[in-house]
Write a protein that binds this ligand. Structure first.
Ligand code: SF4
Length: 364
């Protein structure tokens, strides 16, 4: 059995560790490229959302590398994610691929359920091994996210932005390869030390909250690398969600680490008081939270035609007015081009910088 899975940012690192820990042969799909998207677009329904098309491209590329089993997340609710796995399976079967698909459903906040599902994928894995594999995968995820957050903080501040990106990429590769906790920790500490040692600008930094659909936030190839672009033009980006938050809040009911999910839903309440699928309500709640935490602006991103994000967008104008924070929305599909996105980001940041300078002048 050779198991593969879809890409979503750095999630391949903990999944790789998890599957290896339960004695599974893993095929990590190649990083998302123009070819991945081309394959997905060619074989998926035109109106399907971008993440589904990228998943299909990932699976085809993984099967070209010998994968014969695909692990995919299940879902429910009023948006299309709930039947992604089924649609993807039918597309690939129609293309003649022969494979098994394992759909992992959200385990209803029960760790034991998650454990059983993971053990079920493994070949001869014991429950103890499944438990240890989950723990090691979670640990790696936490360490990778420390690197991601350090890069988001430092990118707008350092002078040599190419170098910090290279150090970060090497650190991510190092964590993926490390086989025990102390090696993982060592890579993370060395990488952060190296990143921190770079020379910095003395310039004022804008703070931007990045909100929207989870896949678009977490997989940079779907958003023309918005966070990196913003960092390079002098803005520090905080994402509204990291993979560990999603696992903690949606898979295990907030059992693994403290969660601010309830607070986010409370903040959304005056503007949007019901579940609209995906992360629509969280998008609104996070916009409010960023506004109240002194951020200079908010950028909402999502796949074109994403229903929950369209609902959230219709409310964000009121959030922007009431909470006094500028907000911009960008949708992405296979026709999005980096130059166009970059121009919009630059214009938004330019506007925020002028606003901030005027406010500073007015306050003396
Ligand atoms: S959240 Fe948006 S992108 Fe994701 S499945 Fe639902 S509609 Fe599609």
């Amino acid at each position: 059995m050779k198991v593969s899975f879809p890409h979503m940012g750095n999630m391949f690192i903990p999944i790789n560790a998890l599957l290896k820990g339960i004695h599974v042969d893993v095929v990590v799909p190649p990083p998302v490229t123009a070819r991945t998207l081309e394959l997905g677009v060619k074989y998926s329904p035109e109106c399907a959302c971008l993440p589904l098309k990228i998943n299909v491209g990932n699976f085809i590329e993984a099967m070209e590398m010998g994968a014969d089993t695909i692990v995919m997340a299940g879902g429910w609710g009023p948006c299309r994610f709930g039947y992604y796995a089924q649609v993807e399976r039918e597309i690939l079967r129609d293309l003649g691929y022969c494979f098994d698909m394992v759909v992992l459903e959200a385990p209803d906040s029960k760790l034991s359920e998650l454990l059983k599902q993971v053990k079920g994928i493994g070949e001869n894995a014991t429950l103890k091994e499944a438990y240890q594999a989950i723990k090691f995968a979670w640990f790696k995820l936490g360490e990778v996210e420390m690197l991601e957050k350090r890069l988001e903080y430092l990118l707008p501040r350092v002078i040599d932005q190419n170098q910090i990106e290279q150090i970060y990429e090497a650190g991510v590769r190092g964590i993926d390869k490390a086989e025990d906790r102390s090696s993982v920790r060592m890579v993370r500490l060395d990488t952060i030390k190296h990143m921190d040692s770079l020379a910095r600008h003395q310039r004022s930094i804008l703070k931007i909250g990045l909100i929207g659909e989870i896949y678009t936030i977490l997989e940079p190839s779907t958003n023309c690398h918005v966070a990196r672009c913003l960092g390079r033009i002098g803005a520090e980006v905080s994402r509204s969600i990291y993979i560990s938050d999603w696992v903690n809040d949606h898979l295990v009911g907030g059992l693994i680490k403290p969660s601010n999910h309830r607070q986010i839903l409370r903040s959304s309440r005056p503007y949007l008081n019901y579940h609209v699928g995906g992360h629509g309500r969280e998008t609104v709640g996070n916009a409010v939270e960023f506004a109240r935490s002194g951020y200079d602006g908010i950028i909402q991103i999502g796949p074109l035609t994403c229903m929950p994000e369209i609902v959230a967008q219709s409310v964000l104008g009121r959030v922007s007015e009431t909470e006094a924070i500028p907000c911009m929305t960008i949708y992405f599909d296979e026709h999005s081009a980096p130059a166009g996105v970059y121009t919009r980001l630059e214009a938004f940041i330019d506007m925020l910088q002028r606003k901030k300078s005027l406010a500073n002048m007015a306050s003396g």
